[in-house]
Design a protein around this ligand. Sequence first.
Ligand code: HMG
Length: 420
Amino acid sequence: MNRVGIEAIAIAVPQRYLDIEDLAIARGIAPAKYTVGLGASEMAVADPGEDTVALAATAAARLLRMPNVDASKIGMLVVGTETGVDHSKPVASFVQGLLDLPRTMRTFDTQHACYGGTAALMAACDWIASGSADGRTALVICSDIARYGLKTAGEPTQGGAAVAMLVSSRPEVLELDRGMSGVFSTDVHDFWRPLGRREAVVDGHYSIECYLDAVAGAYRSWRERATEREVVREGPTYRSEQLARIVYHVPFCKMARKAHAHIRKCELEDVGGAALDAVARAREDALDAASFETQVAPSLMLASRIGNTYTGSLYLGLTSLLHLQGAELAGKRIGLFSYGSGCSSEFFSGVVGARAAAMIERAGVEEILGRRTRIDVTEYERIMELPRESAVGGATDAAPGTFRFAGVRDDRRTYVGSAG
Ligand code: HMG
């Protein structure tokens, strides 16, 4: 069977961030609600110059500057996003133009809330694995800015970022297990953004229930396929424990903890052990907590410092994990869960590449985080209230190797910057 998966990853994040405790204090809320209750520490704040296109192009430019990434071999450019900038023209098309990419490629966007990035990744993998790519590679970008608005319950779960991935038959970062994905989708109104609105509408607590239903459905479906293929085995350990790590979509870090506990609850139910007395429950809770620390916590570093990034969230989780543990995970199988409100979800797995740590080092994660500027709540509120089309601080210039939105002229969006 043809190998396929992620060969390289690059990221771009907004230049400013807010300390989440500063936000809690300004809102008169106990900081522990945000730091412990939601698991956040910082939140990225994108200004209007850092729109979805600018972040996507900046991440893609970083990817294309990496050794052995050959732009002339890219035959497909797909952007997963739910915060596109035009009803018709895809973000992919802007990125192609800004980076002066070859004309001999398919360009399109994929949308299904946060699942849109995984839809793009799967389309690219299928194109390569089917042979249609004929040796070409795909550039998949997840780019979004998560906005709920000032003083809303969702406010501490905002953020923004782009993740660019080179998808190929040389999966140095992660080789995907083909034919094993478990999918779960249903028509729900848990989170959406009506046409013309800048901020998402969300039924927050219901959205958590929808996410948990989805992770149960998708995980059980993956488990059935993985068991048939003897990738995991029924036995003394839960089959989810046979994955070295599990990376979840992270709207806020605590959600990954809830999702992981939910999968373990499903495992227990499926072996007929749901009714526990108090002692057994306490033992199970302790096992859940220990399992979370080992299997999940290392993937949450970027989410805790950036916030929700919608389509990019899962892939920032993968980047965090391999940034921290890429060497020790080489050759090991991990699970990934993608959730998009509405809803569509997928649990899939893959094997970490032997050179994953070296490949992720090229993404310069610490350097990118270290270059950001901390702002106070007054500045954050000023940025949030700027009109969407204003090009704050970036109308004529952008740092080398990055892009910024520079305003609308003749109904056309314009950008400044360079691929570096
Ligand atoms: P809320 O109602 O303000 O918060 O909003 P809460 O009262 O539920 O409290 C949150 C947690 O803090 C709770 O923990 C509290 O106990 C705890 P839990 O019981 O759930 O484990 N807490 C404290 N902990 C320590 N010290 C304290 C304290 N006080 C309370 N003093 C909510 C929370 C997440 C609902 C809100 O932020 C929201 O609506 N966020 C946006 C929606 C969201 O993120 N949904 C997640 C699932 S849907 C999804 O993932 C898709 C999405 O990414 C979009 C897409 O697909 O495009 C969102």
